[in-house]
Design a protein around this ligand. Structure first.
Ligand code: ATP
Length: 443
């Protein structure tokens, strides 16, 4: 049933132009996906809400847009060069390659191949290390290469700009730097649609605090980020949970870490990680770059390296969770109605306008005028390419909260029918009040 939901969502996203396979006409690449017209709108809305919540509405967080290609030194300091690795095991029977931590161990040195189910003896087929970073050459020639990397997280761009931001904004602790951008990981375990991609987007904040205030700040962020998914993304609380990392699971530098998990069709999995990273990042970058990345406290007249709290969210996983949570199938008069119950302000279109009959020029012109009036204020779509029932179904599927139909009576009573996506209830409203009606409903 759950797997069935995943299959349905993948085909739904494709059919309605939310997500396509990357470079499909050339056979595609595994775990590389493109966002179609509707997916682009939804993804942008998710990022806009996050940016508005943390950068525009807060005084203590500023934005950054740092580069994707970064030199080797950055990742020496961050630890990605030495430890951002997966251990891989090859199956000698079916020749498939697996992450050793993701497959079943059935005895000392023995693993079970998830593909052909035969035994893999790891004392013979030795596990090998594989760095997940994409390497590139920034020099003009191949004979004199200068190697750099595509960032595996946006965070490092924030740390390397810490002093730049401090000197140009004159922020005092506590303050944060936020960034939305692409990250790249040559993931070995792929699949599960856009859950694990090789090219994806992150929304990250590095929130710098006085070391003493870090535990409080960490708690605040865990709670705030959890609420964000409920209040701003419209995800149902029962589909979200917090999972605190045990001491053994914590990265050596992390003081504490909590994942926000979502109940995906393939089970509970990480949507976001929130970590108290101590002073690890700024200290390591100070050492490797030999630049002082400390903070001078005017009150105590002391210099120190701040602690950092990092709420690190994936844009694509949030998108996926929002779609999974909103996707519903209902039986209406013996037929299946697919309805995407998105939070109204996240819907790609908030209103759709239709003329009931497209061969009546007066109706079409009235509907088009209404469409242009609304277009100045809200995301709206005009459609007259099918019969009314089909037009409604199309909008239900993509989550449009309101459909406005102009019919023959509209010419005389100057009213239109407004249909609600979730209840299918219809209201008859004066044309010149239609926009206000919708606006009030979405708050
Ligand atoms: P996982 O354990 O699932 O691989 P992670 O712990 O490596 O994730 P982080 O390094 O904490 O992930 O990255 C922060 C966030 O970035 C994740 O919570 C997730 O939302 C997103 N993210 C990480 N890797 C990917 C990926 N390959 N594809 C899509 N999103 C990703």
């Amino acid at each position: 049933m759950a797997e069935d939901k995943l299959t349905k969502i993948v085909s739904f996203c494709r059919r309605r132009g939310f997500i396509f396979g990357g470079s499909e006409i050339y056979g595609g690449l595994s775990s590389i996906w493109d966002y179609g017209p509707l997916g682009t709108i939804l993804k942008k809305k998710i990022k806009d809400v996050w940016w508005q919540t943390y950068v525009e509405e807060k005084e203590d967080i500023v934005g950054l847009d740092s580069s994707i290609i970064m030199p080797q030194g950055v990742f020496k300091a961050s630890g990605h060069l030495s430890s951002f690795v997966d251990w891989l095991l090859d199956c000698p029977s079916c020749k498939k390659r697996f992450r050793i931590d993701k497959i079943e161990k059935i005895g000392k040195d023995l693993y079970k191949c998830p593909e052909c189910k035969k035994k893999i003896d790891s004392s013979k087929s030795k596990p090998r290390q594989f760095n997940l970073m994409f390497k590139t050459n920034t020099s003009a020639t191949e004979d004199n290469p200068y190697y750099a990397y595509l960032r595996p997280e946006t965070a490092q761009g924030i740390f390397v700009n810490f002093t730049n931001v401090l000197n140009t904004t004159h922020k005092k602790l506590p303050f944060g730097i936020a960034q939305i951008g692409k990250a790249f990981r040559n993931e070995v375990t792929t699949g599960n649609f856009i859950f694990r991609m090789k090219e994806f987007e992150q929304m990250e904040i590095e929130y710098f605090t006085h070391p003493k205030e870090a535990p409080e700040s960490y708690k605040w962020w865990v709670n705030d980020r959890f609420q964000f998914y409920i209040e701003k993304m419209g995800i149902k609380k029962q589909n979200l949970r917090l999972r605190e990392h045990s001491k053994e699971e914590l990265a050596h530098y992390a003081k504490s870490c909590t994942d926000i998990e979502f109940n995906f069709p393939f089970g509970w999995n990480e949507l976001e990680g929130i970590a108290n990273r101590g002073d690890f990042d700024l200290s390591e970058h100070s050492k490797v770059s030999k630049k002082d990345l400390s903070y001078f406290d005017d009150d105590s007249k002391k210099k120190f390296i701040p602690f950092v709290i990092e709420p690190s969210a994936g844009v694509d996983r949030t998108f996926f969770a929002v779609i999974c949570d909103a996707y519903h199938e209902e039986q209406v008069k013996g037929k299946t109605r697919v309805v995407l119950k998105l939070k109204p302000d996240l819907a790609p279109y908030i209103v759709a306008v239709f003329p009931l009959l497209k061969n009546k020029p007066e109706l079409v012109s009235l509907a088009k005028n209404l469409f242009y009036d609304i277009k100045n204020k809200l995301p709206v779509l005009y459609d007259d390419t099918a019969a009314i029932g089909k037009l409604y179904r199309r909008q239900d599927e993509i989550g449009t909260p309101f459909c406005v139909t102009v019919d023959v009576d509209s010419l005389s009573d100057k009213k239109v029918t407004i249909r609600h996506r979730d209840t299918m209830q219809q209201d008859r409203i004066a044309i010149d009040k239609a926009l206000d009606f919708v606006d009030n409903k979405i708050g």
